[in-house]
Design a protein around this ligand. Structure first.
Ligand code: PLP
Length: 383
């Protein structure tokens, strides 16, 4: 065998870090079914509870009737339809960005941008807690990678060289739920003549006026960020992603981003469904307010219990446990009691910061949060 897979797997297992998938027997929602048992679900990125909404299912079905199942080709061949163009235009207007391209996954969108843009002579500046899709592509890129301490603008400023490349940050950090200081990022980018890219996978749909995301929430001008990226698989309830920027930038990607050019386009019916999701999300102020109320309830309850939650005021609420085995033990205990919460361990998060990544969604009720708090009280202190 040219590859020693078993040794690697054994090592992971010895460290208590072996990962295994769980088979769901239900769709996403307030409850999920696994192993023939129903659990209250605190482990989903479907922040607005859209993934199983009848209006969205209907929109996807309409799209299927009109466009069939597959797109048939890459976007430069015959895979680019009116359904895609319509979604691009909808996103551009909603997010106040000049031009937008669609991708089948957020992971792929980040690869596409970084690989197409960054050459050997460039420098990339990445927040240390950036998502794996940014860091993976960055590590493989010929451009030098400098990682700045999480949200530490003084550290970033000390690293920046004039007109040297690209600063990358998430809007809402996926494992911590805290937000990047977008105004300061934009100012540092402008002052140093570098570009800024914001991955707003966890901000879009949930934060800001009309759910426009982290920039809107923080009152930062949309055109102060050169590259906008976000996914459709979280608050928008579907799957896929977009990358936005100037027309010149998207024209460049259409010509030079191999991940875009040589990949079958998203099915048009899916693009049609995402357009319906966006139209709904713009007006979902009540759902966003409901979610914020649940978040406040959770944070107040955690403080009362004397447990340590993160800085987060978003739907992602990390409860740092520290030890990986203990985090898993707590998650297992919660499961015995009918609550599905995921323990996140290294290498996804730094060593010694294993955590429960609790996510709240607009599908939850205040009574669900009460139940969670009660069970956490017993499970965390016992473990
Ligand atoms: C989920 C996520 C991605 C990847 O998007 P997919 O569409 O799931 O591939 C990229 N960036 C961040 C910050 C994410 O949370």
């Amino acid at each position: 065998m040219p590859f020693d897979l078993q040794t690697e797997l054994n090592e992971r297992a010895q460290q208590g870090l072996l990962r295994q998938r769980q088979i769901l027997q239900s769709g996403q929602g307030r409850y999920i079914t696994l192993n023939d048992r129903r659990y209250l679900n605190f482990s989903s990125n479907d922040y607005l509870g859209l993934a199983a909404q009848p209006f969205l299912i209907k929109a996807w079905q309409e799209g299927l009737d009109r466009w069939g199942v597959g797109s048939g080709a890459s976007p430069l061949v015959t895979g680019y339809t009116e359904a895609h163009a319509m979604l691009e235009q909808t996103l551009a207007e909603w997010l106040q960005v000049e031009s937008v391209l669609l991708f089948s996954t957020g992971f792929g969108a980040n690869q596409a941008v970084i690989k197409a843009l960054l050459q050997k002579e460039h420098i990339q500046y990445q927040d240390r807690l950036n998502h794996a899709s940014l860091q993976e592509a960055g590590a493989q890129s010929p451009a030098k990678m400098l990682r700045f301490r999480h949200n530490d603008m003084a550290h970033l400023a000390s690293l920046l060289q004039p007109r040297s490349g690209l600063i990358m940050s998430e809007g809402v950090f996926s494992m911590d739920g805290d937000q990047a200081p977008c105004q300061q990022l934009a100012e540092l980018a402008a002052q140093s003549g570098n570009w800024l890219m914001l991955d707003d996978a966890h901000g879009i749909g949930v934060l800001g006026e009309q759910g426009r995301g982290t920039l809107a929430q923080q009152g930062v001008a949309p055109d102060s960020v050169h590259i906008r990226m976000a996914t459709f698989g979280k608050a928008l309830g579907v799957a896929g992603a977009f990358v936005g920027g100037s027309r010149q930038f998207t024209d460049y990607l259409v010509n030079f981003a191999r991940d875009y050019v040589y990949s079958t386009h998203m099915p048009p019916a899916q693009a049609h469904a995402i357009s319906a999701a966006v139209a709904w999300v713009k007006h979902a102020d009540d759902e966003r307010a409901h979610l914020q109320a649940l978040i406040r309830q959770f944070k107040a309850g955690i403080a009362e219990l004397g447990l340590v939650a993160g800085e987060s005021s978003t739907a992602i609420q990390p409860l740092i446990i520290g030890d990986a085995d203990k985090a898993v033990a707590v998650a297992n205990k919660l499961r015995e009691r009918g609550l599905w919460v995921t323990a996140i361990r290294p290498p996804t998060v730094p060593k010694g910061t294993a955590r429960l990544r609790i996510t709240l969604t607009a599908a939850h009720q205040p009574s669900d949060v009460c139940l969670l708090l009660n069970e956490l009280k017993e499970c965390v202190t016992d473990a």
